[in-house]
Write a protein that binds this ligand. Sequence first.
Ligand code: PAF
Length: 292
Amino acid sequence: MPEMDIITSLKQMQEYVLKRRGAGRTIALVPTMGFLHEGHAALLREGRKRADILILTIFINPTQFGIGEDLGKYPRNMERDKVIALDAGVDIIFAPTASEMYPEGYQTYVNLDELSHPLCGTGRPGHFRGVATVVSKLFNILQPNVAFFGEKDYQQLAIIRRLTADLNIPVEIVGMPTVRESDGLAMSSRNSYLSAEERTAALCLSRALSLAADCYRSGELSVQVLRDKVMKLLDNEAYAAVEYVELCDRETLESVEQASDETLMALAVRIGKTRLIDNMILGKGFPCKERC
Ligand code: PAF
């Protein structure tokens, strides 16, 4: 039976890492908030290939949740997470408590000037400050050589790449493609909030992206037209309330007027009470089909 430890103490975790790094061993990190799904498992499997030691973190980070968001009810299942982790070859799960990560008197945060404002930053002020802070802390504690994040959280990935470069943190950031259910829904721990009817309605996100991809492939370059088509599709879904549909530059996340292969299309849509996001790079196309 392979070994896998769960460490909750920050001090113990740092000692573990210092010893291994001192002995020349490499570390791969997959930071998560738990309730793992196949998207996380794909990150873990890639991490397993890329370093001597694979660390999974499970920490529901309070600083990235706004008032009235789902911090209190974020799904958890440590027993299932352990099985997935073991299967993917994880060596250590680091699961600190909130009071260890943010002890009394805590007052240091990481802010990005530009990348954290558009898209999800507009509807979730302070969210990326919390993400950037916790990820920086995890990088300091765990000193990974390489860290893995999903492209579903595209803006998060862009922010983590930027902060790593700006703060000269010696870690390679690897973005991994969004993993989808067979009907196109992007995997997310929050999909567990959806009722059966909402689960069906949630397909409007991937259908919207697929429609835009098809229109772009057919030669439509006007952002206005692409956006209108997507809005019309989403407006037809009774359970859906659109937070944003944006087309922007994949690097800077600044809005564009003309679509190109380098354009990111990003969506945030509420299905009932559940906020879902999805995205695609137009030039890469979309795995599911919808007719323009
Ligand atoms: O994507 C997530 O699960 C979280 O935002 C992260 C990167 C683990 C930070 O809490």
